[in-house]
Design a protein. Structure first.
Lengths: 397, 296
């Protein structure tokens, strides 16, 4: 009797296991039938901390591309695994490590902050995985040392060089005062600016490096700018610092006396909304503006507004383009390992359908056009109106 | 001298404005420490709460009713939060001061994340209320009117706090508790009520400083940690538990942040903590620390 019961129980459990196996097998065969090739992409974006709004735009850029292309990159069906980059390498690097080791992704996309991207370099090199950086601008990130690290963003010095050339050739520009935070990106910007500005015959009025992330009040520096006899100010600030600097530049009366120029992040996305009227008239340069009058950009902006009910940003475009170039590389790549994909990335040529305009890879970083933009207030809000095309610039380290 | 004033007068003035704001922020932290020997590490998040309340209630371009309403609501939130903090710390009264400080740190981290969850990660700015949102010419340069108002407000509050602490029975009790808690207890005074009041008022001043500071510093994630460090430097330089120390410490830090950075622009990153190091070496108890007497 007891034997029979055990047998029955065993039988039932055996049936359960068999049923589960059958269900799993069913899934698998169903997936295979659906269309073969799959790729697993790890998307690393800040979901918390000070860069969270940048991370949201990056993630949306990736998702919008996939949505408009049937969830596919070329012939590959895409599975995206998202990890939170956080604020620092202490959170960002483990996020990359987890995607590579635990989730076994084929490609890593994203990364907003340069220190995180620099920390992730060795991980992707060891695992031989392709990394497409969606924002970080550190010069040392690309340039031949690591064949697996590519980016669809910019280099810090590249943006500054474009503005340096423009201001040097400006007919009524006098001496220019340069101010940027005292960390690596700030140094790269000052170096990039000076290189083209001084080569073009521009004269410096002075230079200041406020402590990064520790300066709330820029009054001492603003007074220094006034005392220097500068005819224009060029600055590099982003996020909360950009808001504080621009607001105080207006409050202390400099905005009406000494025109403010900067790299595009000074007035990008939500930062510009927070600055309000203090931002009006500021001129910046960047490789994108929502106001670019091209069919590709108009289509992109309309799609973005329809889905997210907001304006896109340069961060949106960079990850949108990351999906675009990955799709193009997959079309010719022989396998999904880093070496095959890196080789395919190198053969892409000009990307002609980007919202930012045509660009191509040089030393694994975009060689692209920069636009002179001016903040204007419209009925719909503040925009970076495009004043001029500053021409194409190579990615300077 | 006039030439020097032309160049640096604005920095000198701005030091007073920042110092006034820092005083309103730090005096509560100093008194709470003097009373309870607890470094309230939630003080920074109280400031940030005030700043967010200002943005939420009054908006980006506040009217006077909006701004005053924000001050009232932030003050009420501060007093409530302070009372709550005092009660939970009281439960750890038999534990070490480190445990009590850690409790406030933990609560500060939770509150900071909660603020991010509620108000998002965007940077918010608040204009000064109408009439104070312009600039006037001082020493031939434009200076924001609101910061001038801050100087007046800081001076007024310093006078009020000074009078309360020096001239009222409650103030006498506070001073006595700061000087020698055990003697006050053995004299038959129940110091728990005094602690509650000091904690509530100290926290109220922190959220008030948050509203008043919003037009200068804005409201953003991470601001809580920044202002907490500034407040800690102020009370360490001024001497813990002393109103006069908090005032002098705040003005010193205000001037260091403004005039010091203007004069030594190449060393701007180091002047704040350099000054702290000098004070710690020369007078480890802070400028007015000795006057507060023995502490257990």
């Amino acid at each position: 009797m007891s034997n029979a019961r055990i047998t029955r129980r065993r039988l039932l459990s055996a049936m359960g296991v068999a049923g589960a196996l059958a269900a799993m097998a069913g899934c698998r065969s169903h997936g295979d039938q659906a269309g073969g090739k799959r790729i697993k992409v790890g998307l690393v974006v800040p979901q918390s901390g000070v860069y969270a709004t940048v991370g949201t735009d990056m993630q949306h850029g990736w998702e919008l591309w996939l949505e408009r292309h049937g969830g596919r990159l070329g012939k590959f069906e895409v599975t995206t695994v998202i990890a939170d980059e956080g604020e620092t390498p202490q959170t960002g690097v483990p996020a990359v490590q987890k995607l590579v080791q635990n989730d076994q992704v084929d490609v890593i996309v994203g990364i907003a902050a340069s220190p995180v991207a620099l920390g992730a370099q060795s991980i992707v090199a060891e695992a031989k995985k392709l990394l497409i950086v969606g924002n970080a601008g550190a010069g040392a990130l690309t340039g031949g040392k690591n064949p697996y690290v590519w980016r669809t963003s910019f280099t810090n010095a590249q943006i500054a060089a474009a503005m340096g050339k423009h201001l040097a050739g400006h007919p009524d520009a006098g001496p220019v005062y340069v101010i940027a935070p005292d960390y690596k990106a700030g140094e790269e910007v000052i170096r990039g600016f000076k290189a083209t500005f001084e080569a073009g015959g521009g004269k410096m009025a002075g230079e200041a490096k406020p402590a990064f992330a520790k300066t709330q009040d820029y009054q001492p520096f603003l007074t220094g700018i006034q005392a220097s006899g500068a005819r224009a100010t060029f600055c590099f600030f982003a996020g909360a610092e950009a808001v504080a600097f621009v607001k105080q530049y207006a409050q202390f009366g400099l905005a009406t006396q000494i025109p403010l120029y900067g790299t595009g992040f000074l007035t990008e996305a939500s930062v510009m909304t927070a600055q309000g009227d203090a931002a009006i008239g500021i001129q910046t340069d960047l490789h994108y503006s929502t106001e670019l009058d091209t069919p590709a950009n108009k289509e992109f902006v309309a799609a973005w507004r329809a889905k997210f009910n907001a304006a896109p940003s340069v961060y949106s475009v960079q990850t949108w383009d990351a999906a675009n170039v990955l799709g193009r590389a997959l079309a010719t790549a022989t396998a999904l390992d880093g070496d095959s994909l890196a080789k395919a990335m190198g053969a892409i040529g000009t990307i002609d359908d980007s919202p930012r305009g045509p660009w191509s890879f040089e030393n694994q970083s975009p060689k692209q056009k920069f636009y002179l933009r001016k903040v204007e207030k419209r009925d719909t809000g503040y925009v970076n109106a495009v004043l001029a095309d500053l021409g194409e610039f190579s990615p300077l380290p | 001298m006039p030439a020097w004033l032309d160049t640096h007068g604005i920095s000198l003035l701005n030091g007073l404005a920042i110092g006034s704001l820092l005083f309103i922020l730090a005096v509560g932290l100093s008194l709470i420490f003097g009373m309870m020997d607890v470094l309230n590490l939630a003080h920074g998040v109280l400031f940030l709460t005030g700043a967010y309340v200002a943005w939420w209630i009054a908006g980006e371009a506040p009217s006077w009713p909006g701004f005053l309403g924000a001050l009232a609501i932030a003050g009420a939130i501060g007093a409530l939060a302070g009372t709550g903090l005092a009660l939970v710390i009281e439960r750890l009264a038999r534990r070490s001061h480190l445990d009590q400080a850690l409790l406030t740190l933990g609560l500060a981290l939770i509150a900071g994340d909660a603020l991010s969850a509620v108000f998002g990660n965007d940077v918010h700015t608040i204009n000064p209320p109408a009439g104070l949102d312009g600039s006037v010419l001082v020493f031939g340069k434009a200076y924001p009117v609101y910061r001038l108002a801050l100087i007046g407000l800081g001076a007024g509050l310093a006078a009020v706090v000074h009078l309360v602490v020096e001239r009222t029975p409650l103030g006498a009790l506070v001073r006595a508790t700061v000087a020698d808690r055990h003697m006050v207890l053995s004299a038959g005074v129940d110091d728990r009520k005094v602690k509650l009041v000091v904690f509530a008022v100290g926290s109220l001043l922190a959220t008030t400083a948050g509203v008043l500071g919003a037009p200068v510093y804005g409201a953003r994630p991470g601001l809580d940690g920044t202002v907490l460090i500034l407040a800690l430097v102020v009370v360490v330089i001024g001497g813990l538990g002393s109103v006069r120390g908090a005032l002098v410490g705040a003005l010193v830090i205000g001037e260091i942040e403004s005039l010091g950075r203007a004069l030594l622009s190449n060393l701007a990153s180091f002047v704040l903590f350099g000054a702290l190091a000098v004070v710690l070496v020369v007078r480890p108890r802070g400028l007015f620390g000795a006057a507060t007497g023995a502490r257990s």
